[in-house]
Design a protein around this ligand. Structure first.
Ligand SMILES: O=P(O)(O)OC[C@H]1O[C@](O)(COP(=O)(O)O)[C@@H](O)[C@@H]1O
Ligand SMILES: [Mg+2]
Ligand SMILES: [Mg+2]
Length: 347
């Protein structure tokens, strides 16, 4: 582990990025600048979100995205702001965004990075003043410098990420990211327009007692998932579900816990998108000592085949994810049936 540098709480994001870069003698500063571009765009989005109720950018945009979901105005605003910041920043040659069907060619053919982004996560919570987020992954391009971005550049395994992170627009606004050397969280101070290091070296607990899943779909979940939920209830774990992936993930990072979005009758391959939701959070989870699977495979080893492909998602404290997978891969009869039988035998 190369990390000889631990920045004190209160270090500005800019300074942190610069000091980290100094650790890599061959670094040329493009990744640093790209991270700054994302931070800048997030400050603008933060302002838009805070005043959404006044500026008329609440509500639906009146069109659908490639996934057939009705886009919220803020989905579109966030998409435009991030795309523009990455285009102007000059370090990104191609973008895959939740809100855009195809690869966005930024017109920076000499740039060496690719960004996959969920500009606004938790869209169903925008108009009800519940926290939302942004999720991003950064890759080095595979195609030659000087040429347009290709599908090969976009469809890389999560293990190829050079950095990933999320922004949380909640009671405070935070930027949490990793470049593969641990996870650090920064809190935004709007009056100074700066992010300050507030959560250095984030680590997720080995286990916890929070499970996070939309139980409304219980009867359409695979039996193993139902069994795991029944087990969590048996153990009197707390159910917590914000409905914004970034929020549920962040809470579990700090307190321990598991977030699950399984295959359901409506989303037979799961709801969440591999390239710009699950890969980024899996990278962070693993960097923090956690685990992330699709129920059987490590998310980061899934070879993507489509820009907007979905996957079941199990992420969080390693012991809890492992337990959920044990239930999922168990052939035996349902957990509750076993339990009832045991109770009958003992009575
Ligand atoms: O309403 P559901 O089916 O529980 O889905 C909620 C999940 O869908 C999402 O809203 C999907 O993300 P987007 O809002 O970016 O489309 C996640 O943030 C959240 O965890
Ligand atoms: Mg999302
Ligand atoms: Mg989104």
């Amino acid at each position: 582990m190369l990390d000889r540098f631990t920045a004190p709480v209160g270090t500005t994001l800019d300074r942190f990025i610069a000091q980290k870069q100094e650790q890599f003698p061959y670094a040329t500063g493009e990744l640093s600048q790209l991270l700054r571009d994302i931070a800048l765009a997030s400050k603008i989005i933060n302002r838009e979100i805070n005043r959404a109720g006044l500026s008329g950018i609440e509500g639906a945009a009146g069109q659908e995205n490639v996934q057939g979901e009705s886009q919220q105005k803020l989905d579109v605003v966030a998409d435009v702001r991030f795309t523009r910041a990455l285009q102007k920043g000059g370090e990104t040659c191609g973008i895959v965004s939740e809100e855009c069907d195809n690869i966005i060619d930024t017109g920076n053919p000499h740039a060496k990075y690719i960004v996959a982004i969920d500009p606004l996560d938790g869209s169903s919570n925008i108009d009800v003043n519940v926290l939302v987020g942004t999720i991003f992954s950064i890759y080095r391009r595979k195609s030659p410098i000087g040429t347009p971005p290709t599908m090969q550049d976009m469809l890389q395994e999560g293990t190829e990420q050079v950095a990933a992170g999320y922004v949380l627009y909640g009671s405070s606004t935070m930027l949490v990211y990793s470049t593969g050397y641990g996870v650090n969280g920064f809190t935004y101070e709007p009056s100074l327009g700066e992010y300050f290091l507030s959560h250095p070296g984030m680590k997720i607990k080995d286990t916890g007692n929070i499970y996070s899943i939309n139980e409304g779909g219980y009867y359409s979940f695979p039996q193993g998932v139902r069994d795991y939920i029944d087990y969590c209830k048996e153990e009197e774990y707390s159910g917590r579900y914000i409905g914004s992936l970034v929020g549920d993930f962040h809470r579990n990072m700090l307190k321990g816990g598991i977030y699950i979005y399984p295959a359901t009758s409506k989303y037979q391959k799961g709801k969440l998108r591999l390239l710009y939701e699950c890969n980024a959070l899996s990278f962070l989870a693993e960097q923090a000592g956690g685990m992330a699977t699709d129920g059987s495979r490590r998310i980061l080893n899934i070879k993507p085949t489509e820009l907007h492909q979905r996957t079941p998602f199990f992420v969080g404290s390693p012991k809890m994810v492992q337990k959920a997978m044990d239930f999922l891969n168990e052939e035996e009869e349902p957990f509750l049936a076993q339990k009832t039988k045991k109770m009958k035998v003992s009575s």
